[in-house]
Write a protein that binds this ligand. Sequence first.
Ligand code: SF4
Length: 492
Amino acid sequence: MGLKHRHNYESVASTLKQSEIRYLESSFAGRLSLAVVYPNLYSLGMSNLGFMTVHRLASSVPGTGVERFFPALEAESPLSPPFYSFETGRPLGDFAVLMFSFSYEGDFDKIPGLFSALGLPVLSGERNRHHPLLIAGGAAVASNAPALSRIFDVLVPGEAESTVVPILQQLHRDGFDAAVLSGLPGVWVPSVTSEIPALCGTHDVNSQPAWSHIVSEHNAFGGAHIIEVMRGCPRNCSFCLARAIYSPVRHVRAGVISNWLDEHPACKDLGLVAPSLFDHPQVEEIFAMLAQRGVRIRNSSVKWEKLTDPIIDALRKSGITGLTIAPETGSERLRKEMHKPLDEGRFIESLQHLFSQGFEHVKMYFVACLPGEEDSDAEATVEFIERVSKVVPGGASISTAFSIFVPKQHTPWQDLQAPCQYTIKKSLKFLRERLSRLSGQVKASFESPQEAIRQAYLSRVGPELADEYDREAKECRENRLFARNQFSALEF
Ligand code: SF4
């Protein structure tokens, strides 16, 4: 069983590794052995520039052996313990330091299963110097570090660029002990201080933009290279974390992206990462430069009001026939409250123009159960979608995806009540029924209520989360289970 398990793992990992382009080599051996852990699918980790930046920076520190770990290499087939590193198949429990990258709070739920399989006590106070040093960072840690404060030895709410190298250098110098890291900017050692470092980005994105130094064919950008073109967002939508955790807003200049392309001539497809790409002051210039170089653009959601003809042209030249747009709600009152205005007449004209230019599909994101939402607001959303559906020409289609409002810390709506199960079910039932009456050209999908309720809990829970996970990990160990084992696939 053990050998078969290992063989299966190595065979999948080997196929994935062969599909990767590596621009920088990492050493797998060193005085300090480090596993960088992305607690979700391989494909998501390889699309995440935060995780990749940690790996890239850690690999630059002399004397550090760095390997990656993913608890699931393929969707729907999570690994069962024992766990091995991705690069050399080394048992994960052998590493001196494990650095976790949590990009969203839902991944916290992987902790009990992973820790129990590794024989690691969940409570940091129950571990000793024979256990690996556990460090966690990422957007979810920036959002809610207290939730992990009795589980991880070190939490890093600050940016990877200003923390990863100093952390590793300090560990090399003073020993693998959490206490030696206390006082480093952007780093929190809860056993030493209760003071969480303030969130403030200092990294100069033009001197060193974040990029995919390992390009996986299986990433969420269809195997494209990936580069960060803007950190932070100049807008202030009341429900969104982007402004708080990536502040201040920093743009990567078009010239820097052009130089980066000169250094990576194999790049023919480029994923552009930014919370709000179309607010980049040089977005037209960047798109024109990519089109002129014959580099295909891969991006996520677009800002409809910024879709000028040169941008539309560049998107079409990249072979893009479908776009995603986030109106969030059809209720004008709620749009005002969330500080995300939308001129409906212009929006519809813009969609007509897109369809006339050959785009075949538009996906619209909405948020259900917004604070203060009344029946008339949900009705307004349905009517808005109906009006939009009327301008969709034959052969084209629109789809709608509804997430559910989750109050996030550090946002203007952080103290508002999360919707309860009854409200969510009632609202989704209404939307489902009403949208099913619209033309067959409109498809709708909905976030699971359970997932939203769990997310709302995880985004605000405090240090008591450790007790829940400790209980779960013990149950996992006793029943040989791998708790809360679902892995999400990213839609792109
Ligand atoms: S929802 Fe989009 S536009 Fe609004 S603050 Fe967040 S990233 Fe910016």
